[in-house]
Design a protein around this ligand. Structure first.
Ligand SMILES: Cc1cc2nc3c(=O)[nH]c(=O)nc-3n(C[C@H](O)[C@H](O)[C@H](O)COP(=O)(O)O)c2cc1C
Length: 181
C-alpha cells in the first residue's frame, strides 16, 4: 500500500491516532520534524494529522504549500482537538487554516483530543484556565472535556479508537480503486 501518515503533536494524542491508523493499514508514519527529504509525491495517499491550539493547526501550512506538488495524491487530513465533534465548528476551523485549493481537495476528519493537565506547559495551563473562566461562547461540552481531563477521566483509547475507522476505510477504498486502474 502506497500511503503514509505525516503528523504533528504537542502532547501525544495526535500521535496516538496516527499509531492506530498506521497499525490498521500497515503503513509508515512520520512526525512533522522527521520528514526531512521525504518525497511526498511518491505516495498515492497521504494522511496528515494535527492538533488544534487556539483555533490554529500548524501542519496546515505544509499542506497549503505542498498541495500543488501533490496533484496525483489523495489527501486526507484529521484534526485533533477538545472541541466536541461538530460540523459548523470544524468547517470554520478548516476555513481559517486551509487555503481555498486545500479546502476543495482535502478530505477532512475531526477527531476528539484530550488534555493531560500534569503534562501541560505552564503557558497552556494558563490558557486553559483563561478559556474556562472567560470564554463564554465556548461549548459546554468543551468545558466538560477540560474538566474530565483534569479529573483524568478521559480514556482516549477506549472511547475514541473507533473514530479512525472512516479514515482507514477511505484509504482502503482509494487504494482499491487505484489497483483496479
Ligand atoms: C492552550 C490550549 C488551547 C487549545 N485550543 C483548542 C482549540 O482551539 N480547539 C480545540 O478543539 N481544542 C483545543 N485544545 C485542545 C487540544 O487540541 C487537545 O489537547 C489535543 O489533544 C492536543 O493534541 P496533541 O496531544 O496531539 O498535542 C487546546 C488545548 C490547549 C492546551
Amino acid at each position: 500500500m502506497s500511503a503514509v501518515i505525516i503528523y504533528d503533536t504537542k502532547y501525544g494524542h495526535t500521535a496516538t491516532y496516527a499509531n492506530w491508523i498506521a497499525d490498521e493499514l500497515h503503513i509508515s508514519k512520520y512526525r512533522l520534524d522527521e520528514i526531512g527529504a521525504l518525497d511526498l509525491s511518491t505516495y498515492d495517499t497521504i494522511i496528515f494529522g494535527g492538533p488544534i491550539f487556539n483555533g490554529r493547526i500548524k501542519i496546515a501550512n505544509l499542506i497549503n504549500s505542498e498541495l500543488a506538488n501533490l496533484n496525483a495524491c489523495e489527501i486526507i487530513f484529521f484534526s485533533v482537538g477538545l472541541h466536541p465533534i461538530d460540523r459548523d465548528y470544524f468547517s470554520s476551523i478548516c476555513t481559517q487554516n486551509f487555503d481555498y485549493p486545500a479546502q476543495q481537495r482535502v478530505h477532512f476528519y475531526q477527531l476528539q483530543g484530550a488534555v493531560n493537565p500534569e503534562k501541560l506547559k505552564w503557558w497552556h495551563r494558563m490558557m486553559v484556565w483563561f478559556i474556562k473562566k472567560f470564554d463564554h461562547d465556548i461549548n459546554q461540552q468543551h468545558i466538560q472535556g477540560l474538566e474530565e481531563a483534569e479529573n483524568h477521566m478521559i480514556d482516549l483509547p477506549k472511547r475514541f479508537r473507533k473514530l479512525v475507522s472512516p479514515i482507514v476505510a477511505e484509504v482502503r477504498r482509494h487504494e482499491r480503486a487505484i489497483s483496479l486502474q
